[in-house]
Design a protein around this ligand. Structure first.
Ligand code: F3S
Length: 280
């Protein structure tokens, strides 16, 4: 079997930075020091398990952490989390992706300058919850065309996007929102890494017999890659978390197989999978 890896796949810049920061911290961790991640560091159970072995415990709520260090993951967190951490004298390891930090700063500035804020994205996604926390939780979160009607007309409107939404979705919604204010500032804050991975997956899916998408079953960017590949290869797209999930029988009839991986999938999960595929 011939295996082709997508031009862009696996860890994005922000996730790599977060992982490097945490591995660096764990390597210097002294005996008994407490290290907590506020939510799983990335949507990849294998990485979370590996970090747990290195002493990183996952806590969902900062109130449950009374001492030690907390890791803020690449999705970022609301502003108040920093205040709580400081008031509890916690050491903060801030792995917020700089692209997410930029959005937090935009909504903070524009909110302080009297703008209503609209975030185009999933209201349940931690990144969006975090951004909303930088404008006093007063933003309108628009996930689809239907939600636009809930955004009232205002004098000044500032629009940002969750980093991982498709650009076509962003364009459709901003077109509808443009008429909702006298002055409308639009920031396309979608991250290139997402688009690069999606475009590369689409391109590769057109060229091969089957696609394997490697990444967490709960990772939204991985699920999106699966969706894109399925649009090209409805009966020949397989989503796996690791090499262990590969079913050889499903793949034996394909000659050329493409591989892509979500932005939270480490190289050490992708490589053994490629090696196994080559042997089929
Ligand atoms: Fe950052 Fe983009 Fe990754 S926003 S965390 S580099 S997908």
């Amino acid at each position: 079997m011939k295996v082709v890896l997508a031009d862009y796949s696996g860890f994005c810049f922000g996730v790599k930075k977060a992982i490097d920061m945490v591995y660096d911290k764990t390597s210097r961790k002294t005996e008994g020091a407490k290290l907590f991640s506020l939510g799983p560091l990335i949507h990849n159970q294998q990485v979370v398990n590996e970090l747990e072995k290195k002493g990183v415990s996952v806590k969902d709520d900062i109130s449950a952490i009374t001492d030690g260090s907390i890791i803020i993951r690449s999705h970022g967190v609301p502003q108040e989390v920093y205040e709580k951490a400081r008031s509890n004298s916690l050491d903060i390891i801030d792995a917020t992706c700089p692209f997410v930090r930029r959005i937090q700063n935009i909504v903070k500035d524009y909110c302080q300058n009297g703008y209503e804020i609209v975030i185009i994205g999933n209201p349940k996604h931690p990144e969006v919850i975090g951004i909303n926390g930088w404008c006093n939780y007063k933003s309108y979160i628009v996930s689809n065309e239907e939600d636009v009607k809930d955004v009232p007309y205002s004098k000044k409107l500032c629009i940002v996007a969750q980093t991982t939404i498709p650009v076509s979705h962003f364009n459709r919604i901003t077109e509808l929102l443009k008429v909702k204010g006298d002055k409308v500032e639009i920031f396309n804050t979608i991250c290139n890494a997402t688009m690069e991975r999606q475009d590369a997956a689409r391109k590769l899916a057109k060229e091969v017999d089957a696609m394997i998408v490697v990444g967490g079953y709960h990772s939204s960017n991985t699920q999106k890659l699966v969706e894109i590949c399925r649009a090209e290869k409805p009966n020949a797209t397989f989503h796996v978390e690791s090499v262990d999930d590969l079913v050889e029988d499903d793949l034996k009839d394909f000659k050329v197989v493409g591989v892509t991986a979500g932005a939270s999938t480490p190289q050490w999960l992708i490589e053994p999978l490629i090696e196994k595929l080559k042997k089929i």
